[in-house]
Every structure is written in structure tokens, then in C-alpha cells.
Design a protein around this ligand. Structure first.
Ligand code: ADP
Ligand code: MG
Length: 680
């Protein structure tokens, strides 16, 4: 009987395999069916015809109509993939990843093969990749290696209405290459109806409109302004949950911290309600959320339950989540602004524009009538919100972009064809800084140093620091530090109930109190010594996620260092050499302690403070180099290290005069303040 049993086992496996395959097939068929239901689908052939007839077209269609996921596939199906890659840019990393993953499923291929994505510090493409999603910033960098985008047959600049800095610069570049690459098809797509401006800019390119399906959305305002919108959002969610018919909720908040706080509050509040209410599934989404957790927002909600998606602006137009019937809009987003006079950048919670409010409300009416709860008054909507968001190019530091454009041989930036030009002052400030860093000569031309700096996809000051680190024999340490400051998310964490433990653990990294840069290096090296153990992170109150990202970034930087033939040298004991290397990139960012206990930036003088999260916030050394200035409740320097003033003259003699430093250093300070470097 043995052999018979064997056989039936095999048969069973075969049957199971077949069942599995059938299931996958039917899932695939369902997906293909769903594709045909999208508002975009009836216009497929017309669109392809328009692409054939015109080089540039402007596509306008409501969020969720299928622009991002479908158009590149249509182009692929029509054979454009045989002529070159089909590119599609996204302003946000998460969107590029998520959309590529979705399209890979729809095409039945493995992500990274025919369909891939490329975002800074992460390339998920291969030789096979034909449909490529990428951030707008990554496409900009591709121009460095391929100034005519020769590898592409079609380029879709998506989410054009977002008007990010990189998208705005791309407009100028793609418009230019379209002239000498008549075979390149350009698609500019936008979610807003006001596409006239795009059309005009692209020499009156034809507009292709996809009529949206939209159900009515009831807009409800608060009677009085809300003092605490986070709290108000939680209360509103719970009210919806207990009183409104089925349908998922989408809450717009401004960032990871708020989203996590909201998640926590919601969990606390529902715990108390017990089994009286239906299940509330909480799904956060923000830029630094690991990709395996991002998928949760798209999972269908089981009957009886309600999903609450808590999102940043990403859910405004970049990602479409089906099943949303209720939108909660507190009316704020995080927006950067930049003061070219002081060099102060701030990422501040700012009221959204009317255009944004409209988009947000629209998310509630995609599949059925919905409701939008605006946590502000109707009066505030009418009188306090701007009509449109100011394009990013007019409110950000241009150092990076100017270096990139110079590297592309675009010298006359003042006359570059910007859709909306940046403030002249901001442009001059960027040129001046690049000159100080040695990236440009006094004629404004790119130097060999500038060319090298442009190789690094990081801020010019970081690039300079990395390049100079070889001279100080600490290139390995500097790459680690550069990676740690680039993670874009907190490294340390401090749970309220274990604050003392966390503080003690963190203090160990700040041994010697020489600065936050060295502390970050200590964290990384400590983790690396344990062979990257997550347990070590838990024990030391360090974010595993940030560390993993730092490791990826570090690997990339080491690769670039190798490519630029910068020797990899290590000398972890030489703290001064490390700080000098930092100063050689960041001499632009220095400050000295004043009598009143505040700091004053050495150039473009203004009053600043050490960020409370710094290990030096109580030490208060006399001279500091800082990574960045951020304006939150005060003007803060974030990530600071102590330096010696004479280093400035030694490292940047073209920028600092002896007298300037001497005068500052000679000022008497009260005894309690400011230990001069070297004194004990
Ligand atoms: P548009 O770019 O016009 O806003 P999209 O192409 O992004 O539209 O979305 C079209 C449809 O694809 C939407 O119904 C959306 O819900 C669905 N979709 C997009 N990404 C995913 C995903 N990761 N999982 C499931 N569905 C998705
Ligand atoms: Mg889209």
C-alpha cells in the first residue's frame, strides 16, 4: 500500500497547486476587469492616438481615474516599450514605490523586472525594466548621465499640479530636450482642472481631459475654531464610527509624529469602548513608513469593520484609496519655507490652500456620496486660506538644483525657462554658497570640485564634507555621519514611560560631549559592532528603522566615494580630524555663544539656539558648527558640534578673516557660560 499512498500525496499536491494557480488566475482576471472599470479606460485608444499625433500632451483627470497606473501600461501595450523605457515621475517616494508595486501586480510581473522604481538611495530596477516609476528628483539626476534621456521613448511628468521644486526644474529640462528629440513623447499629467498654465508653458500643447466620476460630498465645518485639531480629529473619527453608515475614514495630518500620536489616541479611546462598537482598523501612511506596512492602506475592509487611514498630504492626490467615504480635514500641512537673507529653512505646519481643501474633500466622493469634516470654520475657509499653494521653487533653498543645472552646462540660470521663476535673491544666495564651497569659480563656472560634488545626491555642504574627509584621513567616519544625518527620521526615541532609561542610554553616546555628529557616529558604530542587531537598538532606545536606512544610505555613499576615487580612510579616535572634516563642508554654518546665553551665526548674523534634542544643549560650547537651522517654536540649530574658531580660518581662509574670528573670540563671557574649546 506504500506506493499508492505516495501517489495520492503527489496527486494531492498537484491538485493543490492547480487550485492555487486557478485562484491566482482568477485574481489576475479580476484585476484586469477592475482596470477596465477605471474612468481612464474608455479613453485608452483616444489617448494613444493623441500621443501618436503630438509630441507633448497635457493630461487632466481627477485623482483615482487611473492616470498614474494605467497610462504607462497603455503606452507599454501600444509598443512604446520597444523604442525605449517608459518613465513616470512622482513627487513622493512612497507614491513611486506603491504605484510601481501595483502596476507590477497588474502586469503580472515581479517588481524590479519589467516594472521597477527608482528613488534616492534605492534602485529597484534591472536591465529588463521597461516601465520605470521614479521620483522627480531621481529623473533630474539621470540627466547627469544621459542629458537627452536617450534611454526613454516616453516620459510622463505626473502630479504636475504639485509643483515641487524638482518637477518645476524638470519642466524646463524636458521642454528643452523635446526640441532636439522629436521622437520623445512627453505627457504632463495633473489632477487639477487648471491645466491652461501647463499647456501655455509647453507651447500650447493640446489638453486631454478625462471626465471624472464624482459623487456629491457634503462639506461640514466646525462652528468655532478648534484649539487642538489632533484631538478634534480623534473625536470626529469616533463620532463617525458610532453614528455613520459603513465606509472608511481618511484623516489628513501633517507628519509622522502627529500620525503616530493620533493612532495612539484612537487605540486608547476605542479600548475603553469594548465590544460595543465595530472593529476600527488603523492604517497610517507617511514617507518613512516601511514598505511592507504601506500595503495595509489598500487592504479591503472586512464587513462590520471600519478602516481609518491616517495620512499626510500623500493621500491628497498621489495615492488613491478605495472605499473612503469620510474625510477629516484639519486644514494644515507641513510646508517648507526659506529665507534667503538668513539661510533659515523651516518646515512648518501651515494652513492649506483652497485648492488642497477641495482635493481633500474630493477623496470622500470617489465611489459613493461622502462627507468631508473640515475642522475649521466656513469663515476661515473663505477668508484665511490662499487660493493656491505657492510653488516650492519660490520657497526653498536652491543649492542642490543650481549645482545640478550648472553640471548640465546650463550657465545662464537667470534666463532659464522656469514656469515660475524663483526669487532672484534665493538664486544669488545659492550661487554665493556654491562659490564659497569651491563648486563654482568667480565667473560662476563649475569647477572640478563642483563636478565631483554633483556626483553625490546630497546637499552641497554634505558633498563637500565627504570629498574633503579624505584629506583628514576619516572618510569612513564621515560617510557614516553623512548617512546618519540623512536618514530623515529620528534616530533616538524616548518613550514617555521610560524617559529616564532612554536618556541614560543616549547619554552614553554623547560621551565627552564633543557633539551630536560624533554621537551619531557612536550610535552607528555601536550597532555595527553587534553585527546590526535589532536587540541592541531596543536596549539603547534607538530606532531600528532609521538605522537600517542609515546603513543603506551609507552603503550608497561608500559606493560613490569609490567611484569618485576618494580613498576610504578610517581613524575613529581622531575626534578633531572628524570635526575638521565636518567643518570643511559646513563652515558656512557656524555660530558663537553670546553674553545672553544665545548663539549668533557668524555669517549673516542672527540669533539662534541649540535644539533641545542636542547633547550639547546644556554644555553650550563657545563655538559651534551646525547641520541645519530649523524654525519651529524658536530658531534652532539641529545637530551641532563644538569647534575651535581657528579651524575656520585654517579651513576656509577665503571665507573667514582672522580679525573677524578674533574679535568674536575675544569677547568676554560670563563665567558660567561657554567653555572655550580645550579648557576643562
Ligand atoms: P490617478 O493617477 O488618476 O490618481 P491611479 O492610477 O493612481 O489614479 O489609481 C487608479 C486606481 O488604482 C485607483 O482606483 C486605486 O485605488 C488603484 N490603486 C492604485 N494603487 C493601488 C494599490 N497599491 N493597491 C490597490 N489598488 C491600487
Ligand atoms: Mg496619480
Amino acid at each position: 500500500t506504500e506506493p499508492e499512498l505516495e501517489e495520492s500525496k503527489e496527486e494531492k499536491m498537484k491538485r493543490e497547486r492547480e487550485a492555487r494557480e486557478a485562484e491566482q488566475r482568477s485574481e489576475f482576471e479580476q484585476i484586469q476587469e477592475a482596470r477596465k472599470q477605471l474612468p481612464m479606460f474608455p479613453y485608452r485608444d483616444d489617448l494613444l492616438k493623441a500621443v501618436e499625433e503630438h509630441q507633448v500632451i497635457i493630461i487632466v483627470g481627477e485623482t483615482g481615474s487611473g492616470k498614474t497606473t494605467q497610462i504607462p501600461q497603455y503606452l507599454y501595450e501600444a509598443g512604446y516599450g520597444k523604442l525605449g523605457k517608459i518613465g513616470c515621475t512622482q513627487p513622493r517616494r512612497v507614491a513611486a514605490m506603491s504605484v510601481a508595486a501595483r502596476v507590477a501586480v497588474e502586469m503580472g510581473v515581479k517588481l524590479g523586472n519589467e516594472v521597477g522604481y527608482s528613488i534616492r538611495f534605492e534602485d529597484c530596477t534591472s536591465d529588463k525594466t521597461v516601465v520605470k516609476y521614479m521620483t522627480d528628483g531621481m529623473l533630474l539626476r539621470e540627466f547627469l548621465g544621459e542629458p537627452d534621456l536617450a534611454g526613454y521613448s516616453c516620459m510622463m511628468v505626473d502630479e504636475a499640479h504639485e509643483r515641487t521644486l524638482h518637477t518645476d526644474v524638470l519642466f524646463g529640462l524636458v521642454k528643452d530636450i523635446a526640441r532636439f528629440r522629436p521622437d520623445l513623447k512627453l505627457l504632463i499629467s495633473s489632477a487639477t482642472l487648471d491645466a491652461e498654465k501647463f499647456s501655455e508653458y509647453f507651447d500650447f500643447a493640446p489638453k486631454f481631459r478625462i471626465p471624472g466620476r464624482r459623487y456629491p460630498v457634503d462639506i461640514l465645518y466646525t462652528k468655532a475654531p478648534e484649539a487642538d485639531y489632533l484631538h478634534a480629529a480623534v473625536v470626529t473619527t469616533l463620532q463617525i464610527h458610532v453614528s455613520q453608515p459603513a465606509g472608511d475614514v481618511l484623516i489628513f495630518l501633517t507628519g509622522q509624529e502627529e500620525i503616530e500620536a493620533c493612532e495612539e489616541l484612537l487605540k486608547q479611546r476605542t479600548r475603553g469602548m469594548g465590544s460595543k462598537i465595530g472593529e476600527l482598523i488603523i492604517a497610517p501612511i507617511y514617507a518613512n513608513l516601511p514598505s511592507d506596512m504601506q500595503a495595509k492602506i489598500f487592504e479591503p475592509t472586512p464587513p462590520g469593520a471600519r478602516k481609518v487611514v491616517i495620512a499626510t498630504n500623500i493621500a491628497e492626490t498621489s495615492l488613491t484609496i478605495d472605499g473612503i467615504k469620510y474625510v477629516i480635514d484639519p486644514g494644515f500641512c507641513k510646508q517648507n519655507s526659506y529665507n534667503p537673507r538668513t539661510g533659515m529653512e523651516s518646515l512648518q505646519v501651515t494652513p492649506i490652500s483652497k485648492a488642497s481643501a477641495l482635493q481633500r474633500a474630493g477623496r470622500a466622493g470617489r465611489t459613493a456620496p461622502g462627507k468631508c469634516f473640515r475642522l475649521y470654520t466656513a469663515w476661515a475657509y473663505q477668508h484665511e486660506l490662499e487660493d493656491n499653494t505657492v510653488p516650492e521653487i519660490q520657497r526653498t533653498n536652491l543649492g542642490n538644483v543650481v549645482l545640478l543645472l550648472k553640471s548640465l552646462g546650463i550657465n545662464d540660470l537667470i534666463n532659464f525657462d522656469f514656469m515660475d521663476p524663483p526669487p532672484t535673491e534665493t538664486m544669488f544666495r545659492a550661487l554665493e554658497q556654491l562659490y564659497a564651497l569651491g563648486a563654482l569659480n568667480d565667473k560662476g563656472e563649475l569647477t572640478s570640485m563642483g563636478r565631483k560634488m554633483a556626483e553625490f545626491p546630497v546637499d552641497p555642504m554634505l558633498a563637500k564634507m565627504i570629498i574633503q574627509s579624505e584629506k583628514y584621513g576619516v572618510s569612513e567616519e564621515i560617510c557614516t555621519i553623512a548617512a546618519m544625518v540623512s536618514v530623515g527620521g529620528a534616530v533616538f526615541y524616548r518613550p514617555k514611560d521610560k524617559a529616564v532609561h532612554a536618556d541614560n542610554a543616549h547619554k552614553a553616546f554623547h560621551r565627552g560631549n564633543v557633539g551630536d555628529h560624533i554621537a551619531l557616529l557612536n550610535v552607528y558604530n555601536g550597532w555595527a559592532e553587534t553585527n546590526f542587531a535589532s536587540q541592541w537598538c531596543f536596549e539603547n532606545f534607538v530606532q531600528v528603522r532609521s538605522m537600517k536606512r542609515a546603513r543603506d544610505i551609507r552603503d550608497q555613499l561608500l559606493g560613490l566615494v569609490d567611484r569618485c576615487e576618494i580613498e576610504l580612510l578610517s581613524n575613529p579616535q581622531d575626534i578633531d580630524a572628524i570635526r575638521k572634516a565636518i567643518t570643511s563642508g559646513f563652515f558656512y554654518h557656524t555660530s558663537s555663544l553670546q553674553k545672553n546665553g544665545s548663539y549668533r551665526t557668524v555669517k549673516n548674523p542672527q540669533t539662534v539656539h541649540i535644539h533641545p534634542s542636542s547633547g550639547l544643549s546644556e554644555v553650550m560650547p563657545r563655538w559651534l558648527v551646525y547641520h541645519e537651522l530649523v524654525l519651529t517654536t524658536k530658531e534652532y540649530m539641529r545637530v551641532v558640534s563644538e569647534i575651535k574658531p581657528e579651524w575656520l580660518v585654517e579651513i576656509a581662509p577665503h571665507y573667514y578673516s582672522k580679525n573677524e574670528i578674533h574679535d568674536q573670540a575675544a569677547k568676554k563671557l560670563p563665567k558660567t557660560l561657554g567653555k572655550v574649546a580645550g579648557e576643562s
